[in-house]
Design a protein around this ligand. Structure first.
Ligand code: GRF
Length: 195
């Protein structure tokens, strides 16, 4: 069975959706990998407890205890390499990974972003979508490159922006699609024979 490593920093609802997909017994919905490790850069990430409840191995690597971004990236890379993962899924992981890290995992590093990239990369996505007047938004799963939120797109899902939406309402609508999109794209990749 292939290994999948998930990196989180917070709630971990995308992680939970991927975990569910990895544990389904429906043959046509199976992910094709087991989540072998969930790593958080924050000890208080709620997703850690969700993973533990599912009896998934977890680890905390606090970026603040490293002298530099490079030192954190190296320690993280070593921890991940021990799993020999087919893919590494960033799921709400709020640290920018440096070019050496990205190079090391080239072709295996995947991220989800809550907008229709290439529109609205970066933070405060939903606030900026609302300010722009866009009538649609969505989520994008993409390969990670050194250029933040700009890697090749692997899949997208759209949602309407409704009049009267605030950022929280829009975020919830997008997130419900993320939970379907991320496992679907990972399943396609893992089944493609390319990873
Ligand atoms: C999601 O909206 C994801 O697209 C973004 O951060 C959020 C993480 O949510 N990168 P969760 O931790 O998976 O619940």
């Amino acid at each position: 069975m292939k290994n999948l490593v998930i990196l989180i920093s917070g709630v971990g609802s995308n992680m939970a959706a991927i975990l569910d997909a990895s544990r389904t017994e429906k043959w046509d919905e199976t992910l094709g990998a087991r989540v072998s490790l969930v790593i958080s850069n924050r000890a208080d990430a709620a997703g850690l407890e969700r993973a533990r409840v599912c009896q998934i191995e977890t680890a905390v690597l606090d970026h603040r205890s490293f002298p530099s971004r490079g030192a954190f990236d190296s320690a993280l890379a070593e921890m991940i390499e021990e799993q020999q993962p087919a893919l590494v899924a960033l799921a709400g992981f709020m640290r920018i990974l440096g070019p050496a890290f990205v190079d090391r995992f080239q072709g295996r590093l995947i991220n989800i972003h809550p907008s229709l990239l290439p529109a609205f990369p970066g933070l405060l996505t939903h606030e900026r979508v609302l300010r722009s007047g866009c009538r649609v938004s969505g989520a994008t799963v993409h390969r990670v490159t050194a250029d933040l939120d700009h890697g090749p797109i692997l899949g997208q899902a759209c949602v309407p922006v409704l009049s009267g939406d605030d950022a929280e309402q829009l975020a919830a609508r997008v997130l419900s699609q993320e939970h379907l999109l991320y496992p679907r794209v990972l399943r396609e990749l893992l089944g493609s024979g390319k990873v």
